[in-house]
Ligand binder design. Sequence first.
Ligand code: SAM
Ligand code: SF4
Ligand code: SF4
Length: 328
Amino acid sequence: MNRGLRDLRLSVTDRCNFRCRYCMPAEIFGKDYPFLAEDKVLSFDEIERLVTIFVSLGVKKLRITGGEPLLRKDLPTLIKRLNAIPGVEDIALTTNGVLLPKSAAALAEAGMRRVTVSLDSLNDERFRLMNGNRSGVQAVLDGIEAASAAGMPVKINMVVQKGTNDQDIWPMAAYFRERGHILRFIEYMDVGNSNGWKWDHVFSSKQILQLLEEHLPLVPVEAHYVGEVASRYRYQDGSGEIGFISSVSDAFCSTCTRARISAEGKLYTCLFASKGYDLMELLRTDETDESIREAIASIWTNRNDRYSEERATRTQSPAKIEMSHIGG
Ligand code: SAM
Ligand code: SF4
Ligand code: SF4
């Protein structure tokens, strides 16, 4: 499909301090869940080596994710090392935000350019219901504030689930418009096998747009570049911008330039893949950088993933990797 390799999403841990129902439902990700042992997670040396190889194949942008990436010990040290790799143009973070007050300054200092904080509601009760009762809203708002104060632009990601938090769409938009943060609405996706996803739970971007326009008119904004995931709109009165990530209603597989590496070093060429390619095995044997590079190039060249484009016509759902392994 002639899709380049431009972005790399690195999951630095499979663990999380939240239990969002749509991602890591507590009844499945409980005390006995077999999270990865420390020696089964890519080390900083291994991540740095892999990123150098990916950059030689065209990657320019990195996104650090999880699980919850801020649970990874010494994350700023890793960011500093990745930032020093020639060819890395941008490093961003996706986080639930609650640990940002502790680490934002060190991350910014290390070279983290941008942060996306996930927040699904400004209503404490609903937010707790969605995150498995792990955090109230204020802790996340404090995280957003800390990242901003450290000089990192912050975007907000809101997953919208019909019947769960659709009443929060306008309050979220109004709140972040006032504070100058771009809010992006994410359609609830059928990632993994554990969240009980149904078409009925999806609140589409089109419905969100209609709802917002009852409050304020919006106009579409040109994409910054080919392959931009979010469709962007701005308020007609110039008071801000929002985005829509419409993986379900408006698939963007034809411009998908994103590779994903799980904490245990598996390469996934699609968010909905059943199978990853074991790069850790290559790293921990005597393979040279050149042979790992060739292996990655061959996997990428031969990929034909287009799950979202095929979703509506699929009769059976395949076994899929969990979101918490590859971080979105
Ligand atoms: N823990 C971090 C966080 O929540 O931002 C990073 C990892 S999380 C898996 C990355 C993003 O995926 C978050 O914005 C989260 O809301 C989103 N996400 C998780 N499960 C999802 C689903 N089923 N549908 C749509 N987005 C989802
Ligand atoms: Fe954790 Fe992020 Fe998944 Fe929520 S969405 S459970 S914060 S990894
Ligand atoms: Fe890329 Fe797979 Fe998402 Fe399509 S479904 S945009 S191929 S990750």
